[in-house]
Design a protein around this ligand. Structure first.
Ligand SMILES: *Cc1c(COP(=O)(O)O)cnc(C)c1O
Length: 346
């Protein structure tokens, strides 16, 4: 096997969903966010496993993602689109029975004119200033929109990964102000908001990252393991160098393994010289630069010759690797790339 293997544990994905679902009352629906190809693990496979676990509502970023998801899931589950009803999307929304979250007066007009009887939700801006209608716009169209019966009124928290941040309470208050007394289900929280407590749960929650094993859901089970096959092992004498720019110099005679994985697989160059790979439980330092297709690793201390080393595993999670590389678990997952041999289980 020439390329690395991305092991994806769909059982862990389902257990993470159940664990997040158990954090809110039985009356609160726990949906699942499977945008960006299911945070890189494969939206179709992830969504089918989640549907089997009990998920009834899925969210994607764009209509095109909704089309792929509908083909994977069949007609029953609800598929909602955060990006709303964009110009050119009408036929896909209708044919694939997608539910756009309408973000602006333009989108409301477009949707009501093109598909007056078709399900929709609305997204409100409570302070993040990214998507959704602001209070004055909402005031102007609220009665018209409510008369059409939105399936959901939602907003999104900007700082939910920081529980003590005052922005959380501020957005919560604004969401109440904009939606109290309206006759439609409401949703405010993603993974971080679920963990803030029941007053943030409303009628539906929308976890993403926690399902895939990422922070801020600290109790999440890892869902991905990346196993990199060793292509070659060599002995390097003291004073010899390894890799581009001679970035590492052996101080003592060393054994160096070259594994098949690199920045083209989403293993960022920023971890060069700073990370480890694992042989089972044993860490093996990454030597020199991460290159496009290859990573060099110190295996001098091993008493055997492994066939592969893990760069993501229970000992080094997506958030561990993200921290070393100066990014977040979300970016590590969604960068994993197309070259892996993908193996699903559970
Ligand atoms: C991505 C996203 C989510 C999921 O967020 P996580 O932090 O991954 O749980 C929920 N709602 C909206 C609007 C999003 O964009």
């Amino acid at each position: 096997m020439g390329t690395s293997t991305l092991h994806i544990d769909l059982g862990a994905l389902a257990r993470n969903w159940r664990a997040l679902d158990a954090k809110s009352a039985k009356t609160v629906e726990t949906a699942a966010v499977v945008k960006a190809d299911g945070y890189g693990i494969g939206a179709g496979k992830a969504a089918r496993a989640l549907a089997k676990a009990g998920v009834k509502t899925f969210f994607v970023a764009a209509t095109e993602e909704g089309v792929i998801l509908r083909e994977a899931l069949g007609p029953t589950p609800r598929i909602c689109v955060f990006g709303g009803h964009m110009s050119g999307d009408t036929d896909m929304i209708l044919d694939m029975q997608l539910t756009p979250m309408l973000n602006s007066l333009d989108q409301i007009t477009r949707h009501f004119e093109a598909l007056p009887d078709h399900a929709f939700g609305v997204q409100l801006d409570t302070g993040m200033n990214r998507l959704g209608m602001e209070a004055n716009e909402w005031d102007a169209v609220r009665d018209l929109v409510m008369a059409a019966g939105p399936m959901l009124i939602m907003s999104h928290l900007a700082c939910a990964d920081a529980p003590d941040h005052p922005m959380n309470a501020q957005q919560l208050a604004e969401f109440h102000k904009m939606t109290d007394g309206l006759n439609a289900p409401r949703a405010l929280s993603a993974t971080g908001g679920i963990l803030l407590g029941p007053e943030y749960h409303f009628d539906l929650t929308r976890p993403g990252i926690g399902l895939y094993g990422g922070l801020p859901f600290e109790d999440a089970e890892p869902v991905v393991r990346v196993e990199c096959p060793i292509i070659q092992i060599r002995d390097v004498a003291a004073g010899e160098t390894v890799g581009y720019s001679n970035a590492w110099t052996a101080e003592v005679p060393s054994r160096v393994a070259t594994v098949s994985a690199g920045y083209a697989d989403g293993i960022t160059r920023h971890i060069s010289g700073k990370s480890v790979l694992f042989d089972g439980d044993t860490p093996c330092p990454l030597l020199g630069r991460v290159s496009m297709d290859l990573i060099t690793v110190d295996v001098t201390h091993l008493d055997h010759t492994p066939r592969s080393l893990d760069i993501l595993c229970a000992h080094q999670t997506v958030d561990d690797l993200a921290q070393i590389g100066g990014t977040i678990g979300y970016e590590v997952l969604t960068s994993l790339g197309r070259r892996y041999n993908r193996r699903y289980r559970g």
